[in-house]
Write a protein that binds this ligand. Structure first.
Ligand code: ITT
Length: 213
C-alpha cells in the first residue's frame, strides 16, 4: 500500500443488486468503504443491453460516472453452461424472459433456474462456470478485472442462501452449492471474489492510489 499516506478509502459500486453489494462490502470491509447507488440517491434502472459482459459492465459504470462524475466500478456476471453453448451467459439476468420456454408468471430468479433445469434435463455434460467482469472507471482511465469459477449444474435446487443461480451451481471441489454456503465461504471461492481481489490489488498498488479523504 505504498508509503502509507495515500490510499483509496471510498469507492462507488454501480449496481442495483443488493446481494452483490453485500458480497463485495463484506470482502472489502477492512480496506474500502463501498457506496451503493441507493445511498447516493440513484435508484434508476441502469441499462445493460450489449453482447458481452465487458461491454455491459462498462455501460453500467459509464452510466453512473456520467450521473455522479465520480470514480466507480460495475460488475457484470454470467453463468456459462457448456452443453447450452455458453448460455445463458450475458443474458443470465433475463433468461426466463426470452427465447423459449419463457416463464413470465414466475419471479425472475426462480424462472431462470427453472429454465436452466428444464434445458438440462437428461443432459450428461453438466459443466458450467460463472464469469464476472468488473469494469473500473478511474478518472480518464478504464480497466477490467475478470474472475471465473468452474463447476457444474445439479439436477435440483439446493440451499437458501445467496441469490440468482446459486441453488443449482456446485463449484468444483465442493459438496455444497453456493446457496448452501454462507457469505464468507462463497467469498473464498467465487467468481466475484476473484475479480474483486484483482481490483483491490490494483487499487492498492502504488501507481493507482488515490489520496485519502
Ligand atoms: P446489476 O446489473 O445492477 O449489477 P444484475 O442482477 O442485473 O445487477 P447481472 O446482470 O450481472 O446483475 O446478473 C446476471 C444474472 O446472473 C442475474 O440473474 C443474477 O441474479 C445472476 N448472478 C449474478 N451473480 C451471481 C452469483 O454470484 N450467483 C448466482 N447468480 C448470480
Amino acid at each position: 500500500m505504498g508509503n502509507g499516506l495515500f490510499f483509496m478509502t471510498e469507492i462507488i459500486f454501480a449496481t442495483n443488486n443488493q446481494h452483490k453489494l453485500l458480497e463485495i462490502r463484506s470482502m472489502l470491509e477492512n480496506s474500502f468503504r463501498v457506496h451503493g447507488l441507493s445511498e447516493l440517491g440513484l435508484d434508476e434502472d441502469i441499462p445493460e443491453d450489449h453482447e458481452t459482459l465487458e461491454e455491459n459492465a462498462f455501460q453500467k459504470a459509464e452510466f453512473v460516472y456520467d450521473k455522479l462524475g465520480r470514480s466507480c466500478f460495475a460488475d457484470d456476471t454470467g453463468l456459462e453452461i457448456e452443453a447450452l453453448g455458453g448460455a445463458p451467459g450475458v443474458y443470465s439476468a433475463r433468461y426466463s424472459r426470452m427465447g423459449s420456454p419463457v416463464y413470465p408468471e414466475m419471479e425472475v430468479a426462480a424462472g431462470n433456474i427453472r429454465k436452466v433445469l428444464e434445458k438440462m434435463k437428461g443432459v450428461q455434460n453438466r459443466t458450467a462456470r460463472f464469469r464476472t467482469v468488473i469494469a473500473l472507471i478511474l478518472g480518464d482511465n478504464r480497466y477490467t478485472f475478470e474472475g471465473v469459477v468452474e463447476g457444474s449444474i445439479i439436477t435440483e435446487q439446493r440451499g437458501a442462501d445467496g441469490f440468482g443461480y446459486d441453488p443449482i451451481f456446485l463449484p468444483h471441489g465442493s459438496d455444497k452449492t453456493f446457496a448452501e454456503m454462507d457469505l464468507a465461504d462463497k467469498n473464498l471461492v467465487s467468481h466475484r471474489a476473484m475479480a474483486v481481489q484483482k481490483l483491490v490489488n490494483f487499487l492498492q498498488s502504488d501507481h493507482h492510489s488515490i489520496k485519502k479523504g
